[in-house]
Design a binder for this molecule. Sequence first.
Ligand code: FBP
Length: 700
Amino acid sequence: MPESKGINLNSFLENPEVKKVITPFTDDFQERLDFQPQACKVFSNPATRLESDLEYEFDIHPATKEALPNIIANTVQRVIGIETPDSNLEKNYTRQRNIGIVFSGGPAPGGHNVIAGLYDAMKKANPENRLLGFIMGPEGILEKDFIELDETLIKQYRNRGGFSMIKTGRTKIDTKEKMALARENCKEMNLDAIVIVGGDDSNTNAAFLAQELINDGIQVLGVPKTIDGDVQVKDKNNKILCAISFGFHTAARAFAQNISNLCSDSSSDVKYWHVCKVMGRVASHLALEVALQVHPNMCMIGEEMADYIDSQRQKKAEASGVTDYTAFGMTLRHLSRVICNTIVRRAEAGKNYGVIVIPEGILEFINEIQIFIIKLNTIIAEYNQTHDTDFHSDFITLEEKINYLRRMARFSRENNGIFVWNTRDDDLFSDIPAFFQEGLLTERDSHGNFQFSQVETEKVILGLVQDYLKIRQEEGRYKIGIKPEWFDKTLKKEGFDPDYYGPVIFKNYKTNEPFLLSKDALISIKTLNIELVRKRIIGKNDDIPPVIQKVFQATIPKFKTQVHFYGYDGRGNDPTWFDCTYTYNLGLTAFSLIANNASGQMAAIQNLEKDFDDWEPIGIPIAPLMHLEERKGKLALVIERAVVELDSPAFKVVEQIRENWIADNPGPDQYRNPGPIRFSGRSVDRKPLILTLNNLGEKG
Ligand code: FBP
């Protein structure tokens, strides 16, 4: 019998108090499983019907009309509650159905509640209805790999994060063969409908599948998922239909809480700059929300980089009567200088620490890098289209990939530039660090997207920041500010006269400024020694007094950093109240769309930016949301991603107040502590702050 410190472990493990400690079913966990999200009012009726809302208009791309003729005429549909359905409606509403559901793309908190909502609605309509979950994403459709989802299984996942119940994957059903296989399998499974829970690419896929399956009587619906928050739908007159995809709120809150903890640590041990890369493949919605939640010292928003104008450069050029085109658009070098300016300003206020938030997709908005990404996307896609193997299996090492590019550049030069890669690209590419080259050449995802999460963007930027800070330090333009009182006290304590040394060391001694800055020329103990001798404060062979050395050392900045990536952790967080309730209602809406014969529609909740009582379930037609975009080297019809609008109230507020967050003054930092994610209890943080601000802004 196992024993430890005289304890009989077998009976110890049977002790109810010990069991309470080691059970995975914590009180919080149980509270989640038992939580019943509120349903929108319409769902309290025995049935629902759909009503077209023609108030919403879309600019439809002609290519979409051609590609999706059977669903292009879809309109926005409102879900209306029916108290006493007529017999026809009731018959259709309650007929037995087999419904498939699949998660597609990255996990997002709330996915399990889409399943729970759909399950509850379909069982309420007809207990014989069956819900089949495809395993590992769209691959499950192609492999006909699925399980039946019943209450016993679903109740283990209600209100929980992740997609672990049926897993997810990034396979795309994008060829004729895959479409045919998907169709065959859905028919064999006797499916009436399939619900695709995914982001922009997956909802695009849903529309194409809807077109493919419409004549077989199989409906296809989408559900707007992605922590990136870039599935937002407005009509052509800017009327909001879907304010944000699910999962965004939870991920942003989870990142914000962690980053807020860093703010607290950073302002306590005052020695690190924390550089936090925040997920979001292209759009910076997550970074913007985190900024509002935390008030970090600095937050970059990718979208503003594209519009950046270097005013100093522009003024200089204007003064000499020329136009400097390099002043428009942000380069990596510009970006590093902007970051350095903040670091230097805080250092001069005695704050040699801080927190910077960088969006994962920032590189997409930096001209020089975007050009590389587009060119390399095309090269890789073209290579894969003309060879039976793939680029990454043929060129395994970085050296092999670079040699291929080099050959291409040479060949292009000899043949009047027939390839997109030229010798100038090759030269510029050779100038960037190997790990970054590797990142830019990383394998694209199944949709042909560049995988920003695989690139150590923060390291690239930090490398440049470090280089520039070094230059500024050597020029004497990066100093730590010293409080005059501290200087005074420290010298007097050792019996030295501050007024004797102060004017020699500092350029602003006795100017009443809150911080003393050492003279530009004093960049080392050696230079200080020279100055003290020159001013006859000490003799040629004397040592600098230790207390003066101590004070001087305190003016020399050491730039120490900690780098963090917030992505997968927040993506796996248990959903907030907002995401729990939102997704449960998305599931209920998906069933209403199915039960009313809709296809090629995305289930959505309108008015998310308002209070719960104003939420309205709707169906959004997917086809009209498409535009042409470069994918795998070709133009393809895809749903347009929403990026941060620079004239949105949320961005404008951040732009207006973030100067205060730098806090380059004797006062305290301005960090905001959003606190932990609270699942129950009322709090102002019941929805994303960007939604609240944009809504308040709409009202003027
Ligand atoms: P989805 O768009 O599929 O929801 O995924 C979003 C995301 O989490 C991005 O923020 C991130 O860049 C990417 O997925 C990471 O992809 P992966 O999970 O394949 O590493």
